[in-house]
Design a protein around this ligand. Structure first.
Ligand SMILES: [Cu+2]
Length: 192
C-alpha cells in the first residue's frame, strides 16, 4: 500500500513573484556583463590606438655578455654630456652594484633591468621607485636633495630570498661625486 501526498495547490501569486524577480536579476546581470565587455572593448581600442610612448627592450640572455649592462659598465657614470646615469641589474637576490653612489642636487637618471624574475626598488623615502622586468629597461630621472645613506630594498616579491634583497645608496656632495667620476670610470661604494 502506498500513500501519495496530494499535489500542492498551485501557488500562482508566489510563483509569479519568483519569476518576476528572476527576470529582474537576469536583466541586471546581463547589463553588468554587457558593461564589463564594453569596458574591455573600449580599453583595448584605446590601448591599440595609443600604445605606450617608450618601451625599451633588451635581450636577457646576452645581458651579461655585451651591451650597456655588462658588469664593468654598472654603477654611476658621468656621461660626456654631463648627465649622471646609474646603471644597475637586479637578480635573485641582489642588486649589482649593491652600493650605489649618486650626487646630491643633480638630476640622476636610473637605467635598470632584471636578469631572472620581476624585481623593483625604492630608495629610502624618496620618489625613486620602479619595477625591473626581465627583457625591459626601466628608466627614470630624479634628484636627491639631502646627502646621506639610504636603503634600497627590492619591493616586488621575487622568491624565497626576497626579504634579504637590499642595496645601499650613498648620496654625496656633487663636487665629491664629480671628482670621483670625472675620469670616466663607473663609481660605486661596494666594499672590495
Ligand atoms: Cu627582488
Amino acid at each position: 500500500m502506498s500513500t501519495t501526498a496530494p499535489p500542492l495547490p498551485p501557488a500562482h501569486g508566489a510563483a509569479a513573484t519568483a519569476v518576476a524577480a528572476e527576470r529582474r536579476w537576469t536583466i541586471a546581470v546581463g547589463v553588468i556583463i554587457a558593461l564589463l565587455v564594453l569596458m574591455m572593448v573600449v580599453t583595448a581600442l584605446h590601448w591599440a590606438s595609443m600604445p605606450p610612448s617608450r618601451v625599451e627592450t633588451i635581450d636577457v640572455k646576452t645581458l651579461h655578455l655585451r651591451g650597456e649592462f655588462v658588469e664593468n659598465n654598472l654603477g654611476t657614470a658621468l656621461d660626456p654630456d654631463g648627465k649622471v646615469v646609474v646603471r644597475l641589474v637586479a637578480q635573485q637576490y641582489s642588486f649589482v652594484p649593491a652600493c650605489i653612489v649618486v650626487p646630491a642636487g643633480m638630476p640622476v637618471t636610473f637605467r635598470g633591468t632584471a636578469s631572472d624574475a620581476i624585481h623593483g626598488f625604492i630608495v629610502g623615502r624618496t620618489n625613486a621607485n620602479t619595477m625591473l622586468v626581465p627583457g625591459f629597461v626601466a628608466t627614470f630621472t630624479t634628484t636627491f636633495h639631502a646627502t646621506g645613506e639610504q636603503l634600497m630594498p627590492c619591493h616586488e616579491y621575487c622568491g624565497t630570498g626576497h626579504e634579504a634583497m637590499w642595496a645601499h645608496v650613498q648620496i654625496v656632495p656633487a663636487q665629491d661625486f664629480l671628482n670621483r667620476a670625472r675620469g670616466g670610470e663607473r663609481v660605486d661604494c661596494v666594499a672590495r
